[in-house]
Design a protein around this ligand. Structure first.
Ligand code: NDP
Length: 444
């Protein structure tokens, strides 16, 4: 059995009940075969892949908190510090009832390669909790965040591990966590990114993942002699990534006709009204059912369905495995040109292959949504300098990072004989840099 297959089998056996982690490892290891196969003996001797798939550290802790009625609850908190070969661990904190160790490990593993692709010095990590922020009062959110950080603060720091937002963790939660970190550790430092602008946050961080996704999509299309202007775009999700992806797509002249949340989806033939969407989701924290009261011409549907709408570009921006083989077939039948992932691993393995087999440009999340973490790293730089850059400065750096990133994965795909396969290109380019740093630092 090849070394790659042996490790894929080992990961499956040693991490039972963690299908998302298995999926992420399988996808990465499969595409780095050309490098591994060419160095199999040395890699086996140095246990390169074992060190890659086993987190450096995995922390699991109890998070007790008290609700507004005085009842105590206990959630589970996680931080997986996966790989620090190229810099301090960096990756978001997910607050969602579906969170378990397998999901955090899948996200942390992906983060290693994503962070490497940004070209910035950041290692891979991820964390979160099975806490459900939905329906909680501000005070309950604060209680939870303070309790979560009371434990997490022992393991993080500006030069060791710098968490950020993710599903369920936005500016409000980062603010509460930062306050508690500062109170316990007694230092004001850049330990979290996505902070408010009055206490060390970076301009353009809120917009970065969605904007970055569009900068990359635009560069991809232009490199293939297409333009994004006047294209019809279908987006899933209605959170941080989706909102700013829709905004930037519109600024670039495209028409975005859908968005969705965990209960339903909206079709707006005149183009999504971003101001209305922001008010519903960011201010009222309400359901998309409200959208119709702002835009009478739109349709609201319960359940899933955005991928049935005819489009040129599809941008899945909600959550993992939200676009399956049936969705992929519908998109291809409707003539989709490009699928770029705003979320992490939103496309199933089968659907990914279907896109590739049908000549759809497909860019995986670890490349396409890297603008968020890249801008987080820019926030870290500003914190270290004790300076704040203008929106335009940050945004233009982000644009350059995403354009370079596209060309790096395109070049890597070509170098290893997989032209046009951006999954392989992203994994190979991301891995090359991490491998180099791991080799140089010895067996640690
Ligand atoms: P948010 O919490 O802001 O938004 C998530 C959106 O997806 C919401 O509309 C939510 O619906 C919907 N959603 C969440 N879970 C499910 C589910 N199980 N089924 C259907 N819909 C769901 O998160 P973000 O926008 O920050 O993150 C979205 C994706 O992008 C995630 O995969 C995240 O890991 C990834 N990502 C985020 C980055 C960032 O900077 N924020 C950076 C890189 C990647 P509802 O409104 O009902 O909750």
């Amino acid at each position: 059995m090849s070394y790659v297959d042996e490790i894929i089998q080992q990961v499956t056996e040693k991490n039972p009940g963690e299908p998302e982690f298995h999926q992420a490892v399988r996808e990465v290891l499969d595409s780095i075969r050309p490098i591994v196969d060419a160095n199999e003996e040395k890699f086996r001797r140095d246990a390169v892949l074992e060190r890659l798939v086993n987190p450096e550290r995995q922390i699991k802790f109890r998070v007790p908190w008290i609700d507004d009625q005085g009842n105590a609850h206990v959630n589970t908190g996680y931080r997986v510090q996966f790989n620090s070969a190229i810099g301090p661990y960096k990756g978001g904190l997910r607050l969602h009832p579906s969170v378990n160790v397998g999901i955090i490990k899948f996200l942390g593993f992906e983060q290693i390669f994503k962070n490497s692709l940004t070209g910035l010095p950041i290692g891979g990590g991820k964390g979160g909790s099975d806490f459900d922020p939905k329906g909680k009062s501000d005070r309950e959110i604060m209680n939870f965040c303070q309790s979560f950080m009371t434990e997490l603060c022992k393991y993080i720091g500006a030069d060791t591990d710098v968490p950020a937002g993710d599903i369920g963790t936005g500016a409000r939660e980062i603010g509460y966590m930062f306050g508690q970190y500062k109170r316990i550790r007694g230092v004001f430092e850049g330990v979290l990114t996505g902070k408010g602008l009055t206490f060390g946050g970076s301009l353009a961080r809120t917009e970065a993942t969605g904007y970055g996704l569009l900068y990359l999509t635009d560069e991809l299309l232009r490199s293939h002699a297409y333009t994004i202007k006047d294209k019809t775009v279908v987006v899933s999700g209605a959170g941080n990534v989706a909102i700013y992806a829709i905004q930037k797509a519109q600024q670039l002249g495209a028409k975005v006709v859908t968005c969705s949340d965990s209960t339903g989806w909206v079709y707006d033939p005149d183009g999504i009204d971003v101001a209305a969407l922001k008010e519903i989701k960011e201010v009222k924290r309400a359901r998309l059912t409200e959208y119709k009261s702002y835009r009478p011409n739109s349709e609201y549907h319960e359940g899933r369905g955005v991928w049935t709408i005819k489009c040129d570009i599809a941008l899945p921006c909600a959550t993992q495995n939200e676009l399956d083989i049936e969705d992929a077939k519908a998109l291809v039948k409707n003539g989709v040109l490009a699928v770029c992932e705003g979320a992490n691993m939103p496309t199933t393995e089968e659907a990914t292959k279907y896109f590739q087999d049908n000549n759809v440009f497909f860019v995986p999340g670890k490349a396409a949504n890297a603008g968020g973490v890249a801008t987080s790293a820019l926030e870290m730089s500003q914190n270290s300098e004790r300076m704040s850059w203008t929106f335009e400065e940050v945004d233009s750096k982000l644009k350059k990072i995403m354009e370079n990133l596209y060309h790096n994965i395109d070049d890597a795909a070509k170098k290893y004989g997989f032209e046009g396969n951006y999954v392989a290109g992203a994994n190979l380019a991301g891995f090359e840099k991490v491998l180099n740093a791991m080799n140089a630092q010895g067996i640690v």
